[in-house]
Design a protein around this ligand. Structure first.
Ligand SMILES: Nc1ncnc2c1ncn2[C@@H]1O[C@H](COP(=O)(O)OP(=O)(O)O)[C@@H](O)[C@H]1O
Ligand SMILES: [Mg+2]
Length: 277
């Protein structure tokens, strides 16, 4: 059984009388436990709506979303689904609920009545996992954006999720902050947590096992970074290729022949060196 399964899932927002916005249209895909999936597409293509379907915040207007076999329509299981699929959002400042970092991380488990000793263990473990243990007694207000996002991730981890969804969680950060978050996401993924990373940054998407591209609420591409970047449809989806991929394309037009699609700088260097020998 896949961990995440969407069968023809659609979602419409009601806006005013009888008016709807069709944000997702018949989306189907499945994700196995432990995958690292990048979800991308232009603004308004439906990414955040899809994220909310995945953690049961929304139920589809048509079709089904199953998380570990549980249909998100099953209201008795709503809490289970929210706990299984944690979300990290875009703005680190909007995610802090307490001033002291360890209190912030403890907030989720406290809310669901986890016993005190276990909360302490979870907070220790979660702060360690994101490399923020030494900051535990400090105030969140003095942290960098990347550090705040790491605390937000720790708060999600303290709920022991099986899936973490990042909704453009690096987009407000400087390059250093972005790199910190990608590193944490990869480390968590290596422990078996499924990662769904919503991003406009193609260098980040290139690091995923798989990229799903939405366009106007439809799934238009689903494949490895090499497959997706090789597709002529990428540009039609309004996506800028990673700089290394772009450069390889330009070199190809000038007579270079790359044996496979370039997705990052290492691939570009290898591809060029192979032709210089
Ligand atoms: N709360 C809302 N009410 C009405 N329409 C919305 C709402 N949120 C999003 N939409 C619309 O749904 C579509 C998909 O939005 P969204 O999922 O936020 O896309 P993305 O995250 O890819 O930018 C867009 O057309 C957007 O305008
Ligand atoms: Mg969005």
């Amino acid at each position: 059984m896949p961990q995440i399964e969407l069968n023809n899932a659609s979602y419409s927002y009601r806006v005013g009388e009888g008016q709807t916005v069709r944000a997702l249209r018949g989306v189907s895909f499945s994700v196995e436990k432990g995958e690292f999936v990048a979800l991308t597409g232009m603004n308004g293509s439906g990414k955040s709506t899809l994220a909310k379907l995945l953690n049961g915040l929304f139920t589809p207007s048509a079709g089904d979303v199953l998380i570990e076999g549980i249909n998100t329509r099953d209201e008795e299981r709503t809490f289970d689904i929210r706990r299984k699929a944690g979300m990290v959002f875009q703005n680190p400042d909007n995610q802090m609920v307490a001033t002291v970092i360890e209190d912030d991380v403890a907030f989720g488990p406290e809310n669901v009545g986890i016993p005190r000793e276990e909360i302490v263990e979870r907070v220790d473990w979660a702060l360690e996992a994101v490399g923020m243990s030494e900051f535990r007694k400090r105030s969140a207000s003095k942290l960098s954006g990347g550090q705040k996002q790491r605390v937000a991730i720790a708060g999600v981890l303290a709920m022991k999720p099986d899936i973490i969804i990042f909704d453009e969680s690096t987009s407000m950060l400087d390059p250093e902050g972005r790199a910190e978050i990608m590193e944490v996401a990869k480390k968590l993924n290596a422990t078996g947590i499924t990662v769904i990373s919503i991003t406009h940054n193609m260098d980040e998407a290139a690091q995923a096992d798989r990229i799903i591209v939405l366009r106007k609420g439809r799934l238009v591409l689903d494949g490895t970074p090499k497959e997706v970047f090789a597709s002529p449809e990428v540009e039609a989806c309004g996506l800028a290729l990673p700089p290394a991929t772009e450069l390889a394309r330009m070199l190809t037009e000038r007579g270079f022949a790359f044996s496979e699609t370039v997705t990052d700088e290492d691939g570009l260097v290898e591809g060029i060196c192979a032709q210089l020998n």
